[in-house]
Every structure is written in C-alpha cells, then in structure tokens.
Design a protein around this ligand. Structure first.
Ligand code: FES
Ligand code: FES
Length: 399
C-alpha cells in the first residue's frame, strides 16, 4: 500500500491505496465522487476525464499514486465555476446530451477547449473533441453548445480569472493556422528573434520542460559497451540512429536535420506521426539535442519533442553511459495519454530498447535493425511487458 496526499476539489485528501488503483476508481470508490464516469477503462472514450494540475487527463489510465501532491478537479468541483455553468446551460439548450453518461467528461473537455481556443471554429471544436465519445447524441448538439458559449463569451466575458491557468504553450499554438493542415516543414529556430513574441517563443523552446507549460520530461540512461568516441561518432550518423528507433522511418536527411515518420499502435489507438527534427551537437561536451515536431494525420494530434543525450565514460572503463532526457508535449486527441504513468514507463522501455539496438548496431549485429525496419511499432507487446514489470515490482520482484 502507498500513502498519497493530494487536493481533490480544493479539499486536502490523505489516503492509503494500492499502487495499481487508477484515479477513476480512487475518486469514485474512496472519495465517492461518482460524477466521474468510467466507460471503456482503456483511455479511449474520455468519459472519465478530470483535471490534474489544470490539465485534462483520463482517470482510467492514470494511477492514483501518480497524482501524489497534485491538484485534482472532478465535475463536482465546478459547482461555482461560471464558465462551467454557461457550458451546462448551453448543453441543455442545444440538446448536448441524452443519457448523460459521457457528459462529465464532455463538459471538462469542452471547458478546456473554450479556454485554450477562444476563436475556435467548428472544425477546431470537432478536432479537439475527438477524444471524447458519445453514443447517443451524434455530437451536433454538443458542438453547437460549445460554439454558443464561445460566441457568448465574446459579448459577455467572464470577469473572474479561470480557476486553472490556461496552458501558455498551447495558447501560443492556438493562434497558428492548424485546421486540416498536414505537417510540412520543421521551422528552423530564428537566428536572432526580432519581435518580443519571437523572443518569448525562443526562450520557451529552450527552457527546461519543467518550466514549459504542458510539457512532460522523462530522464533515463543506458550503457553501451563501447568507447565514448565510437558511440559519439555513431550518434552523429542520423540514418543509423533513426534505424535504432523502433517504428521510425527516415524520408530525408542532411547532416543536421531529418524528416521522417514513426508509426505507433497504442492499444486501440493508432498514430502515424510525420515530422522533422534538427540536431544540435556539442562535440566538446559530447552532448546533443534533437528538436523535432510532427503531426498524426489520423487523430490530428501534434507532438513537439526534444531529445537530449549526453555521453560519459563509465568509471570502470567498461563502456559509455548515454543519459537521455525526453521532453515532449502532445496536443489534440492523444494529449490526454501523455501524462499517464503507463505511458512514462512505456517511454522508458523504448529508451532501453533504443540502447539495445545501438549496442547491436555497433557490435555488427543486424537482427534487431531488420525487425525495426520491417515492422510497424506495435506497442501492444511492449505495453504488456511494462504492465508485467509493474506487477512484478508490486510484489517486490525484479521489474
Ligand atoms: Fe474511457 Fe477512461 S473510461 S477513457
Ligand atoms: Fe449518452 Fe453521450 S449522452 S453517451
């Protein structure tokens, strides 16, 4: 059992729970907040959406222990929220619900859309809402309700500050024309920002993830049994490095930039991100940063990510440690997956696989690369091994 302390709807909560309990069950069964509905329990339908530290997450795929020391807000926590009151009224007026099962999650997502996209048109609303499923209404009423609230806010703005801060990085993204766009090019960082907005964007890009709203950071490392200089030279060869990333495919590259795609199947969700990245290398420090961005044209989700890797020789002379920091932000329907503990474990497993493939490549073993090149990255088996690892840790065995 684990002890967690968190704030639920402005109330301090301390609880002893099993690590496997997801946030949705914790809220419903321990806190009796049954407004959070559970539908698929696979992270697909969005019925269980709540806010964690102001961001919508799917409580069915978020472990309660992962919310230790965080702020959780369920549908019951919006009773005195003016924006939510307008959305509730609008859902009624525009027939945005029938059985109401999806409605708590729909309302929390709708409020997030209204806050992040004050100028959203219908296609933007439908895009952002596509992670929430309703089996009754056909969505016409839900979309109409959100459009009506957005129009009303133009003439009757809400005086009070929103309860949760709007995610700054996503607000910046909201002003860019994105609807229906396919990913074209990776914009090179401006040499010297000429406007305050550019300066802010540049400093945001280079700030650590912890300071970038909406970004998630994961640190990990692996050891490659080869000398530092050999590993460093290999890491500068972009086609070889890409070949070590499961599911990745290179379509174009120069010395310091790549274009390509990566296919991922996460349970019932498929994503095929196409994008580009730029590599910045510091030869003296044996440190490099790969900055990339891409879009999945199926779900219309967007991803921005920086992968930083720093090499150092192991003290015993047996190989090179590669310390990896992955910082990323997902926007759109897949965004709610980015914070779940399972996804973080999955990414760590990916980093470990990446290390194993580099070792195989440097050692002249091609088998893992053949698999990577020929196979769509089916996360299913990896997810199961991650889950199995968690279960073994739970019972005190090696993960
Ligand atoms: Fe369907 Fe959580 S219950 S996404
Ligand atoms: Fe019934 Fe949406 S109103 S599932």
């Amino acid at each position: 059992m684990s002890v967690i302390e968190l704030t639920v709807n402005d109330r301090s909560v301390r609880s002893e729970i099993a690590p496997r309990v997801h946030l949705g069950d914790f809220l419903r069964e321990s806190e009796h907040l049954t407004g959070t509905h559970l539908g698929c329990e696979h992270g697909v339908c969005g019925a269980c959406t709540v806010l964690v530290d102001g961001q919508p997450v799917r409580s069915c795929i978020t472990f309660a222990v992962a919310c230790d020391r965080q702020q959780v807000r369920t549908i019951e926590g919006f009773d005195d929220d003016e924006l939510m009151a307008r959305l509730r009224r609008s859902f009624s007026v525009h027939h945005g619900l029938q059985c109401g099962y999806c409605t708590p999650g729909m309302l929390i997502t709708a409020r997030d859309i209204v806050q992040r996209f004050p100028d959203a048109d219908e296609s933007r609303i439908r895009l952002e809402l596509s992670g929430n499923l309703c089996r009754c209404t056909g969505y016409m009423g839900i979309v109409a309700a959100i459009k009506a609230v957005l129009a009303d806010l133009k003439v009757n703005p809400i005086a009070q500050a929103p309860r949760e801060p709007v995610r700054a990085a996503e607000k910046v993204a909201a002003v860019a024309p994105q609807t229906g766009a396919t990913f074209e090019t990776f914009a090179a960082a401006p040499v010297s920002p000429s406007t305050p907005a550019q300066a802010a964007a540049t400093s945001n890009e280079q700030a650590p993830a912890a300071q970038r709203k909406g970004w998630t950071a994961i640190d990990d490392s692996f050891i490659v049994p080869f000398p530092l200089e050999k590993v460093w030279a290999f890491m500068g060869d972009l086609p070889s490095v890409t070949a070590c990333l499961p599911g990745a495919e290179l379509t174009e590259h120069s010395e310091d930039s790549v274009k390509g795609k990566i296919a991922i199947k996460f349970g019932p969700m498929s994503a095929n991100f196409a994008g580009a990245a730029r590599l910045e290398r510091d030869d003296a420090a044996h440190r490099a940063v790969m900055r990339g961005a891409g879009q999945d044209n199926i779900s219309r989700s967007r991803a921005n990510g920086d992968v930083t890797y720093a090499l150092s020789s192991e003290a015993d002379g047996n190989g090179t440690r590669v310390a990896v920091t992955l910082e990323y932000m997902l926007q759109g329907p897949l965004a709610q997956f980015s914070r779940s503990g399972l996804v973080k474990d999955f990414v760590r497993r990916m980093i470990a696989d990446f290390g194993a493939r580099i070792t195989a490549q440097l050692g002249g073993t091609d088998a893992p690369l053949a698999i990577a090149a020929s196979q769509k990255f089916n996360v299913g088996s990896l997810i199961w091994s991650v889950v199995w690892g968690r279960i073994k840790r739970l019972f005190g065995k090696e993960g």
